[in-house]
Design a protein around this ligand. Sequence first.
Ligand code: HEC
Ligand code: HEC
Length: 342
Amino acid sequence: MRILNLVLFFAFVSYSFVALLTEKHPFYVPKHFPKLVYQFKDVPQGRLRFELGRTLFYDPALSRDSSISCATCHLQYTGFTHIDHPVSHGIDGRIGTRNSPVMINLAWNKFFHWDGGVAHLNAQAINPITNPKEMDMDIVELLKRLNNSPFYRQRFYAAFGDSVITTPLLMRGIANFSVALVSANSKYDKVILKEEGVAFSEQEKRGYDLFKKYCNACHTEPLFTSHAFKKNGLELDPAFKDFGRMTITERKADSLLFKIPTLRNIEFSFPYMHDGRIQKLKDVIEHYSSLPTGNKNVSKELKKIKKPFSEEQKKDLLAFLKTLTDKEFLYNKDFSFPKGER
Ligand code: HEC
Ligand code: HEC
């Protein structure tokens, strides 16, 4: 009997180990989504790569004084943005110039940051790590810190077959978490996929029709962004003097263009816009409603709004936007603070 127990025990242990090695990366492509932009060069250790990325994402040791992690500014339950202030707060309480964007469906993004200054997800994380207003960490110092940690050396070896941690490997490690943040289980998705027993209310239906007419050209379904850079009527903020896309391209025509943000989980990702200047979702709708009365600072898609929305229409739009909330995503345990020993 005892021998049988022992055999079963070893069988179980080796099974668990193999399971961890072969378990898949949680990333998936939803049926109704367009062609993927991010190219995976992935392998059987998928889950280990994801878990490594997750540990890095939640680890304040990536900042100079070990006080700030990526998650400080990108909280899961708000769609991976911060909500308590308009622009980001980093190390030593230093205040940035932009609102942290949500991290949702990044595997379909062609550009990153509000001005599109970053062209690949695998190159993105170097920015917050070294930004003096965010994590203010010297990258050489960070690599030393990680390479001195038996925990990280072992984790990198298990995930990538290499225990020497370099900048590109660190970036890939983090991206393996970011890329997995797929949100596609909102009420909207269930309606589109014709899931049984799920339907829009009359009000949501009216909101959806308005949305398709006035918003969809830029916040294009099903990602709710066309990934273009546009002007939506916001005046230049005199304090930040943020000219958006022009800062990168230096073309005058790109002045005040910003990357169109996704609207998925918009109910919870306040405050809104690149500088967080609008607090409430109903005030965003108010902003678009006020455009016809003289605002010239808009891209052509918005010229379709010829007169302010009625109170009814505003409520309908709001009701539709709330169907983009995906609680399974916001509370997905795979994406939360990792458990386990360090
Ligand atoms: C101090 C707050 C702060 C910290 C810490 C921070 N971020 Fe950000 N993040 C921002 C802000 C602000 C932006 C927008 C930057 C811009 O537009 O110039 C941003 C942008 C991004 C984007 C681009 C999203 C998009 O759709 O364009 C990604 C991805 C991202 N951060 C991931 C991370 C990761 C990974 C870490 C940790 C290594 C991290 N962030 C740490 C505030 C922060
Ligand atoms: C011309 C393209 C365009 C159209 C049409 C458009 N938007 Fe936008 N929208 C943008 C851009 C660009 C931003 C970001 C602007 C910024 O931060 O400077 C934005 C931002 C937003 C935000 C804030 C998102 C966030 O995460 O901060 C919401 C909400 C929003 N739009 C809703 C709508 C609704 C509702 C409609 C239709 C009534 C609409 N938009 C039509 C381009 C557009």
